[in-house]
Design a protein around this ligand. Structure first.
Ligand SMILES: [Zn+2]
Length: 908
């Protein structure tokens, strides 16, 4: 970093170059107006507002450095001698301010904070009004996807950018906050043979000396820094048919795909499915796609699923490079993530949150509309249950005392990184879906359309959004109700006690926060759009906004055996409990439940069990009832619940009995015979078969099934992944690793190293969690420390290892022994992962160990303080739960029936 003194020398040189008339003292020197500005710790001050950027950068991926010139037009509200903006790890060679009359005021730069606030001090104050800040600078090209970075594949080097949330300040001096939206004119000097791409279309290309070219892009629409994107490298470019004009857009949109060399053909599937999604979204928003052209880009070593850079969306290869042979799960992931990033082009890009505390608006909304879009363009794959499935996964996190609210005040960088968690994405999406169901789809859409019109190309807050929704839907009452979910963490838990008098029931409803046994939750209430359905009669649901902590209701025709579903349709972000008898009555009516209701009921049964309202036997009855449900995701929900029982309550000595019990659930529907793909199997059928087989393999450990799967895994390694059913590849490789020990682990790792297929690599890496024993762990540890994994692959592998209760302890010992090396290979914001993965432990000793290990480190890990607090709380809760429930749960398999099929028992 250049020191202040040397900057002054540069300033003098500029003055000499420009001639003295334009330099030094103004004829009437302007002094700073008002008190000196303190160093901004959160947002920048109000005095200087950028209005346009001109970036002129040289990016050659084979060079260590990049650099060039940035001009920022600004409006200055008062005479300012000191200006704060963002620049991090950059070498600023010259800084100056150019005034409208041509006068140049020299400036100096110094670092103001560790997180990238920079202080510019000028020789005299910049007068109130317009000015242009000019920087000549250079920086180091990054090696991780958290700024302008370079990655290598097959001997070629590619540059790409990932600026959200705080990466732009490491690529160019900037006012790096979402509220500052301005046009950008970007010029890139690259090798002539490289492809240069950015947010806007190419305006002109000039060849220059030394085998280089200058590509100038058209000015962009107003963008915040975090949506700016630049690419340079030998990318394959696939031109797709333009997205046709629409009712809201007269011009077609040019569409291209960019991949690393040789992978362009694998973009065809994604490109083909893009136009229908854009058409759906334009219709939904009643607003044209805003950015003139669309590039879909898969740079190497990209670590998120996707990033919504305006007009130049980036994706992980495992998400976007696929074809018709991909598994149903891989296709579903593509549809949802692609729809998510496209949805952001309106929500996030066209209308941007003012500050990071409203990041939830972006992510919740995109997570919600991805489901609608995918369901509309690829019907018949149960995408519409996606919000529910995701919401259930974050409810435990949300119920912690240390959880953050969806809309959490953000005072420091830590909070910005925390803002990208499951609560922002999944809880936010679920709450949107709940209120959409409550006011009706069309009324809700009207509110969204109002919002797009009001704030197009601008910024908006949560309050602005809720006002738009209320105005458009003409349902002002939802604002206060919505706020109860936005500003406080927690999951509403609605308990009903129904007493019968002939056919009439008296219902006592109580709401409070969900908490597991052993936790005294602070009282809280929400305005819950509660929807009830009497399962004994074929009547429509009845919904009402419930804001009181307690309510008594007379229920006609529910008795004598009340089977009252408290979350009809499964649309509500809440859990419920109806008491042991109520549960039995509902389970008896399982056949009238929709798939969403089954999934929601299973979650609430689990909540009732964890909080002590439901005994283990009745809980198990619910699991048994839905273990072989028609809906693949209900089957998956049961499998997750069984996995949890295994993880929390089954000791090593009990495993065989537990597995016998689980096997009886899935036999005889699942056997080695199910591995043959039936002809004309539907997508849903394939996913159901996969869910059943995986459950029987992972939790029942059916030996015949494991052997058959392992043989398939061996075949996939020998002949290539296409040699086996793509849907069963994950379970097949897992079984191969599980049964084969260290030699199998090494065989899988060798195939991973030889493959550049991101989907195969990610599947194979996750399968390594099937390993057992230190000898099999050793090569996995070596792989984690090697340079053979992409940033995201390393994170996914670590996550998979810690998800398995039989590998977790080895994983923890490894992380402790190698933390510095692992951290060096992880983005700064990604390091908190190593804390979060330990949340599956369930003993006091490890809890203390995790605390002692990470406490001294969290200050250097963005987002980590809250991750550590969440993790310690989770482990502590698990310890108390296990103490309270283990003996009771054990009775489930102690009395296990000996009814497993003969073929499978023979092998024991
Ligand atoms: Zn997103």
């Amino acid at each position: 970093m250049a020191q202040r003194s040397s900057n002054w020398i540069w300033a003098v040189l500029i003055c000499l170059g420009l001639g003295l008339a334009a330099c030094g003292e103004r004829r009437t020197a302007v002094k700073e107006e008002g008190p000196p500005e303190p160093v901004p710790m959160g947002q920048l001050g109000p005095d200087v507002t950028p209005t346009a950027y001109r970036l002129d950068l040289r990016i050659i991926p084979t060079e260590p450095q990049f650099g060039g010139q940035v001009e920022i037009d600004v409006d200055v509200a008062r005479h300012k001698q000191t200006v704060y903006l963002h620049a991090r790890d950059l070498t600023l060679e010259t800084v100056s301010a150019r005034l409208p009359d041509g006068e140049v005021i020299a400036g100096a730069y110094e670092k103001a904070t560790e997180t990238g606030v920079a202080k510019l001090t000028f020789a005299s104050a910049i007068p109130k009004g317009a000015a242009t800040l000019v920087f000549k600078y250079s920086g180091k090209l990054g090696d991780k996807p958290d700024t302008l970075w370079v990655a290598e594949e097959a001997g070629e080097r590619y540059a790409a950018t990932q600026f959200q949330p705080l990466g732009a300040r490491k690529a160019f001096p900037s006012f790096d906050e979402p509220r500052f939206k301005t046009p950008y004119t970007i010029t890139l000097t690259t090798r002539e043979s490289d492809v240069a791409a950015s947010n806007a279309a190419i305006a002109k290309v000039d060849k220059i000396e030394g085998g280089l070219k200058r590509t100038t892009f058209a000015p962009t629409q107003p963008l915040p820094t975090y949506l700016v994107a630049m690419f340079a490298g030998p990318y394959d470019v696939v031109e797709a048919p333009a997205i046709p004009a629409s009712a809201v857009r007269p011009e077609p949109i040019p569409l291209r795909g960019l991949t690393v060399k040789g992978k362009g053909t694998r973009m065809a599937y994604a490109l083909k499915h893009t136009a229908p999604m854009i058409a759906y979204l334009e219709e939904y928003f009643a607003t044209a796609y805003p950015y003139g052209k669309l590039d879909i880009i898969a740079p190497p070593n990209f670590s998120a699923g996707g990033m919504e850079n305006a007009g130049a969306i980036t994706y992980a290869e495992r998400v976007i490079l696929l074809d018709e042979t991909a598994s149903a799960a891989v296709k579903a992931r593509f549809f949802m993530i692609h729809a998510h990033e496209l949805g952001h082009q309106w929500f996030g890009d066209l209308v941007t949150p003012k500050w990071w505390d409203d990041l939830w608006l972006n992510e919740s909304f995109a997570s919600w509309i991805e489901i609608k879009t995918a369901a509309a363009v690829a019907p018949g794959n149960a995408y519409e249950r996606g919000n529910l499935r995701d919401a259930i996964k974050v409810m435990d996190l949300d119920s912690l005392d240390t959880a953050r609210a969806i809309r959490q005040p953000i005072a420091a960088d830590d909070d910005i990184y925390n803002a990208f968690d499951g609560l922002t994405y999944s809880k936010g999406a679920a709450v949107l879906a709940m209120f959409e169901a409550f006011v009706g789809e069309e009324a809700f859409r009207e509110g969204v359309r109002v919002h797009m019109k009001r704030y197009a190309h601008g910024v908006a807050t949560a309050q602005d959004f809720l006002k738009s929704l209320a105005d458009g839907s003409k349902r002002p009452e939802i604002v206060d109700a919505f706020e109860t979910f936005l500003t406080q963490p927690g999951v509403p838990f609605v308990r009903a006690k129904i007493t019968c008098d002939k056919t009439i029931g008296k219902g006592e409803f109580r709401q409070g926060p969900f908490a597991p046994l052993g936790v005294e939750a602070k009282p809280k209430t929400w305005s819950v759009p509660l929807c009830l359905r009497n399962l004994n009669r074929n009547e429509p649901q009845q919904c009402a906004m419930v804001s009181a902590q307690a309510a008594d209701v007379v229920l006609l025709d529910v008795c004598p055996q009340p089977a009252l579903l408290l979350n009809s349709g499964g649309n509500g972000y809440y859990r419920f409990d109806v008491g042991p008898e109520g549960w039995l009555n509902m389970i008896a009516k399982a056949s009238v439940l929709s798939a969403s209701e089954q999934i929601s009921l299973l979650d609430s049964a689990r909540a009732a069990f964890l909080s002590g309202g439901l005994d283990a036997k009745t809980y198990w009855r619910a699991l048994e009832t839905f273990a072989k449900a028609e809906a693949f995701d209900a089957v998956g929900a049961v499998a997750d619940a069984i996995g949890e029982l295994r993880d929390k309550f089954v000791s090593v000595g009990d495993q065989a009995a537990f597995e016998r019990r689980v096997r009886s659930l899935y036999a005889p529907a699942v056997s080695s015979a199910s591995l043959t793909t039936p002809s004309a199997e539907s997508v849903l059928g394939a996913q159901r078969r996969e869910a059943l087989i995986s459950a029987a393999a992972y939790h029942a450990r059916d030996p015949a099934l494991l052997k058959a799967l392992s043989d398939q895994g061996a075949k996939a390694l020998a002949e290539g992944p296409q040699a086996v059913d793509a849907n069963l590849l994950p379970a097949s490789l897992w079984a191969f690793v599980h049964l084969g020990g260290a030699p199998s682990v090494e065989a899988v790792i060798a195939k991973v190293k030889a493959s550049s297929d991101a989907t195969f690599r990610s599947t194979a890496l996750r399968a390594l969690a099937g390993l057992r024993g230190e000898a099999a762990f050793k090569p996995v540890g070596d792989l984690l420390l090697s340079g053979d994994l992409r940033t995201r692959e390393r994170a996914d592998l670590v996550r998979a290892l810690f998800e398995d209760g039989e590998v977790r302890a080895m994983g923890w010992a490894f992380v402790k022994a190698n933390f510095e090396a692992l951290a060096a290979k992880t983005t700064l914001s990604g390091r908190a992962l190593y804390i979060r993965v330990t949340d599956g432990f369930c003993d006091e000793a490890t809890r203390a160990d995790v605390e002692a290990f990470f406490t001294p480190k969290v200050a250097q890990m963005p987002g980590a303080p809250r991750s550590l607090a969440n993790t310690l709380e989770r482990i502590g809760r698990c310890v108390r739960l296990a103490e309270a429930k283990t003996a009771e749960v054990k009775t489930l398999w102690a009395a296990a029936p000996v009814a497993a099929p003969v073929r499978q028992r023979r092998r024991r």
